[in-house]
Design a protein around this ligand. Sequence first.
Ligand SMILES: Nc1ncnc2c1ncn2[C@@H]1O[C@H](COP(=O)(O)OP(=O)(O)OP(=O)(O)O)[C@@H](O)[C@H]1O
Length: 663
Amino acid sequence: MTTLDGQPLDRAVLDTLLRRRMFYAQAFDIYGGVSGLFDYGPPGCALQANIVDTWRKHFILEEDMLEVDCTMLTPHDVLKTSGHVDKFSDWMCKDPKTGEIFRADHLVEEVLEARLKGDKQARHLEAGAAVEETAKEVEGAEDKKKRKKKVKDIKVVKLEDSVVQEYEEILAKIDNFDGKDLGDIITKYEIKNPGTGGDLELPVAFNLMFGTSIGPSSNLPGYLRPETAQGQFLNFQKLLGFNNEKMPFASASIGKSFRNEISPRQGLLRVREFLMAEIEHFVDPENKSHPRFPEVADTVTLNFLPKEVQQAGKTATVRKTIGEAVREGMVDNETLGYFLARINLFLKKIGVDENKVRFRQHMENEMAHYASDCWDAELQTSYGWIECVGCADRSAYDLSVHQKKTGQFLGVRETLKEPRVIEEYEVDINKKVLGPKFKKDAKAVEERLAVCSNQKEREAWSETLKNGQSISVLIEGLGKLDIGSDLVTVEKRKRTESVREYTPNVIEPSFGIGRILYSLMEHVFWTRPEDADRSVLSFPPTIAPTKVLLVPLSNNVAFNPLVNSISSKIRKLGISSRVDSSGATIGKRYSRNDELGTPFGITIDFQSVKDDTITLRERDTTKQVRGTVDEVLSHLKALVDGTETWDETLTKLPIFTGQEVEE
Ligand SMILES: Nc1ncnc2c1ncn2[C@@H]1O[C@H](COP(=O)(O)OP(=O)(O)OP(=O)(O)O)[C@@H](O)[C@H]1O
């Protein structure tokens, strides 16, 4: 992982800076801290607010989305129906001797990656090359001490070529494995507790929701929500009414979610309480085109990592326009494609490095059974590629299950201009056979067969059953099951309808704001080549926590009236600023603010007191221009609003190369 200027990123240096300047802090640290819980300090809060503000403008305002703010406390029944009570879990394995608990997929990743690094070192040595300085590239080590320890853990051992290939394949497919697969890998490759070398128990599922009870009598069990989506689904009918029954439309929500992560060890990237921004775009399942798709089809190019590439154990991305990807069928439909493009544009707008973004498609086992396609926007960080936005076509699953459970209609009734004849594949289940055959799993099998209204899939089932063969259906938690015609029939039937009733499909882009915020900080961090102690965070002006620093040349009281009047004008323009009238040198004061990512600085010297002129400095280039207070502030406003670039400012105001005027 390299910084903005192509140098290796030293995570320890960045992390120290972020904590020292109070972007974030360990929560409850004077009580020893709790992993996965962090507080944001002033610059972190301002940065988060600016990202959320940009998100709101980019998605909610731009697309007329309906924003809702639903409760975080959620009754058990809602999350039971949505499937979270039974399935929202990760795989963990325990060291019975030490009691330590590991998240199984992360442990496999960590150990195999370390072995591959050891192999790389061994091959270097064999080729006569000097041992590489590996400390900086070791994953998961947060400070120098730990880094040293980790480096020691990497054994320089050459692996068989075939083993290297197997490891690479496993890593490429890591998200596709269930508990059994992970258990097999742990056994086959002798993966142990990395700290002690002790044996581990096989992986078991651990539900990630925080349970609680609502009210004093404890008879209404509930959970802290693990996502904001369910509140949006439950309000679907009211939102449709609010939207004058017009489809398609989207709701959106920004709020905290909670997940009891097994071992959160990646700072802000994996926490137990985090801010999410989620969109539920409700669309007619028969028409997933998007009216604004042509705006992005040929102009937005993305790095795609399709599922076939991962299944083959590879990680190479392909770059193409979103128009091509949808036309070729790589991305399932226009609406999904439109959102992938908009996600990319949003990330770019807030300053994420476009070359460190890829869109990874979910593999077959990884994707929820009801989803028809799912892509994650992953950002490259020093911890590897991290999913920051999930974007799934969830089909009609959520609305269907809540409707079924509550008996409340969650759908659309569209009066047709002309009655129409519908020919659709319908699924009939022989419950007399289903119950005895699948016993406690019968419900899951029935739901899988009945909830999926994908006509293409039903057509394929119908053909297979007609040929006297069984259909093979993947059911979460049960694996692939063969189901024959004794259990199910799938037939094409005709019916006439004048009111069309349907359950909308949902396309869901789901953003983790903290992950985006942290990855962005890695992407904009660099150190001035002339002085390794001078670090800079190059946030775009719209996103930077504070936009401008006011620096009087010294703490001479003669500057006070001008500083106060400029401050007040800046406040009126709605621009966040800070004054630094400390005795430190101007260079030092600017340098402190480069670390906070403040993009502009105004210097007030004795010339300013005489003729009302001030200088404006830009953080990345350190170049300055000079003009009257009003001139400078009007350019500052344009720069902060993003309607003018610094290069343009340089052509409009005289460049200042002189010294600030001392008394
Ligand atoms: N523990 C967490 N800490 C911070 N952000 C998170 C966490 N879990 C999920 N998110 C964010 O919420 C978004 C949507 O959640 P989703 O359920 O798709 O994540 P996920 O697939 O469970 O993530 P992962 O596999 O990394 O645990 C993610 O893209 C991510 O940005």
